[in-house]
Design a protein around this ligand. Sequence first.
Ligand code: TUI
Length: 314
Amino acid sequence: MIKSRICDILGIEYPIIQGGMAWVADASLAAAVSNAGGLGLISSINAGTEAVREEIRKCRQMTGKPFGVNIMLQAPNAAEIAGMIVEEGVKIITTGAGSPAPYMEMWKEAGIKVIPVIASVALALKVQAMGATALVAEGAESGGHVGELHTMSLIPQVADAVDIPVIAAGGICDGRGAAAAFILGADAIQVGTRFIAAEECTVHQNYKDKIIKASDISTIVTGKTLGHPVRSLKTPFSKTFADMEADPNVTPDQILAFGTGALRKAVKEGDPNGSYMAGECAGMVRKIEPAREIVADIIGGAEKALAGAGKLLA
Ligand code: TUI
């Protein structure tokens, strides 16, 4: 049985958190992961503020277990979402792609547990000083918006720097990755890509098929020239995006315009010209299965890997 302090802090059975994937993480997926004993998250940038409010209410109908909401801080309605979450009595928030400083006081006063996603030691220290309950340290193997450091070197450096619990993310999708994260000093893991292949995940079937078919070299990072690097599956969209970035005659505004709406097109329509955000471990995701089986396989696999690690000792 794998337990860590994060289980008691969040009131969950297993130290596994589902990534708050933009457009992907809705009430259906979040409730399934929470019901499986992990922590499900609803993304707040799937739609407008009122639609997210509905997802929160729906999730409450679908699970009596704790769940949270992820706020992408660069979203135009981030401030509105930040307040709505307090109104709805959400108890756990993760934040991404920026500093949660402007909202910390309001959230803490409301008794909300705030778990910022960070990608460097400097930010880890900053969010700890702000009163974060825990943090997610996300390595650049992850899908979507990525930082500079990778999980193997990010996790131990963050774990050494802070006292609050560290949740490792980026490249973790099975028991071996989870075990490695615990050994690097993490208290829990966050998994995104593998949950896209959960039965309860409502993305277009083409998205799931692309994840299942992916190999080790199926992802690419684009957007570095725009200061917003994003990892996604290699598709005609990402190839054109990369070509536009390499072309000195194309302006950043033209590239941004090309990318606008591409994630929604992938998630909702399965459009081949969409942006299929996914982590490097997409190549290890082999089947569509219920969230409960994904959680059980990762936790069971981690137990096996940790128990077996002793055989290396002579
Ligand atoms: O946020 C993510 N990943 C995301 S957000 C997203 S939404 C989107 N992106 C592009 C096109 C369409 C939709 C997709 N993927 N991960 C969490 C994360 N946050 N990783 C790194 C950071 C981060 C970066 C800078 C956190 C804080 C930060 O702070 C800078 C500062 O000091 O303000």
